[in-house]
Every structure is written in structure tokens, then in C-alpha cells.
Write a protein that binds this ligand. Structure first.
Ligand code: HEC
Length: 155
């Protein structure tokens, strides 16, 4: 019989499970990218971040909206499988409100880029290894936009 999980071990297991799911998703994306990526995707030139492209990434390939809500509105939860939603609901600390600039801890894009690339230490936010540098720049531009918009931004 399975014992109910509790305390730190339970939390760690949950975060572990979520990270695994992240890796699994990443693997899917990697496969997809390898199939479809044309020669242009290896270009190292990064244009200034495009917030509209960043929004699509945030609510799509980047999987950010799973935890941070659609368009960064924490109360706009996407439809997720029940077990995934339960794992996210139990994250401690909970996902940040990316529209509340006062409550955010990271102050520079360099730190934010690191959080996306390497994961956010001590939290359930797993590393995103599939974004190109351009996609990362676009995501950062979108994060800047929603910080500026605040909670009253487009719903
Ligand atoms: C598995 C859930 C999860 C996913 C997916 C996720 N995050 Fe997070 N994120 C968190 C948690 C949890 C924190 C940390 C909250 C804290 O430290 O209080 C966090 C923190 C952050 C921070 C730092 C906030 C600060 O205090 O300055 C940024 C920026 C961020 N996430 C952006 C993103 C972006 C962009 C994506 C998609 C590429 C993403 N997150 C995907 C859960 C997630």
C-alpha cells in the first residue's frame, strides 16, 4: 500500500516529479525542433526582444503559463491534466506574480535569463534548455511589458 506523502520529502518528490515532466516536455520540444529547424535557427545574431513573439512563447513552447498563468495572470489558469495542476498548486514557494513588479525579486534581465535557462534554484521552476537566444530575448521583452502593464493589463 502507498503511504500518503507528507512533509519535506513529499514536497521534494512533487518538485522532482514536476521537473521530470519538464524534462519530458523539453525532450518533446527538442525532437520537434530537430525535425523542423532550418539552417536559420543556428544563427547567433539576436535581434532586440520582440514582446509579441515572447507572449506566444510564454503561453506556448516556454510552458511558463502552466505555473505563472496565461499572459502572466496568476488567476488565469490553463486547462491542465488534474495531476499536473495539483503538482503546481503545491509548489512552495508558489509561482511568482510576474505582473507585480514590486514583489519580484530579480531586478535584472541577466538574472531573469539565468532563471529561465538554469531553473530557479530552490523552487519548482525547471530549466528551459530549448529556447534559442532570440526566443529568450523575446520572452524577456514580454516579461518587461507585463511588469509595466501590471495586473490591469489586457485580460
Ligand atoms: C513549474 C512551474 C514554473 C514554470 C513552468 C515556470 N516558472 Fe517561473 N517561477 C516558478 C516559481 C515557483 C518561481 C519562484 C517563486 C519565488 O521564488 O518566490 C518562479 C520565478 C520566476 C521568475 C523570478 C521572479 C522574481 O522574483 O523576480 C521569473 C522571471 C520567472 N519565474 C519566469 C518564468 C518564465 C519566463 C517561464 C517560462 C520560460 C517560467 N517562469 C516557467 C515556477 C515556474
Amino acid at each position: 500500500m502507498r503511504k500518503p506523502m507528507h512533509g519535506t520529502t513529499g514536497a521534494l518528490l512533487l518538485v522532482g516529479a514536476l521537473s521530470l515532466e519538464g524534462l519530458f516536455l523539453s525532450a518533446l520540444f527538442l525532437t520537434r525542433d530537430n525535425v523542423f529547424a532550418g539552417p536559420s535557427s543556428v544563427s547567433k545574431v539576436v535581434d532586440p526582444g520582440d514582446a509579441a513573439a515572447g507572449r506566444s512563447l510564454f503561453n506556448g513552447k516556454g510552458v511558463c503559463y502552466y505555473c505563472h498563468g496565461v499572459d502572466g495572470h496568476l488567476d488565469k489558469r490553463p486547462e491542465l491534466a488534474a495531476d499536473t495542476a495539483a503538482l503546481i498548486a503545491r509548489l512552495n514557494p508558489p509561482p511568482s506574480d510576474l505582473r507585480n513588479s514590486k514583489a519580484l525579486r530579480l531586478k535584472q534581465d541577466k538574472q531573469r535569463a539565468q532563471a529561465v535557462r538554469e531553473g530557479h534554484p530552490g523552487t519548482g521552476m525547471f530549466p528551459d534548455t530549448t529556447m534559442t537566444n532570440q526566443e529568450l530575448a523575446d520572452t524577456l521583452a514580454y516579461l518587461a511589458l507585463i511588469r509595466k502593464e501590471g495586473r490591469t493589463g489586457p485580460q
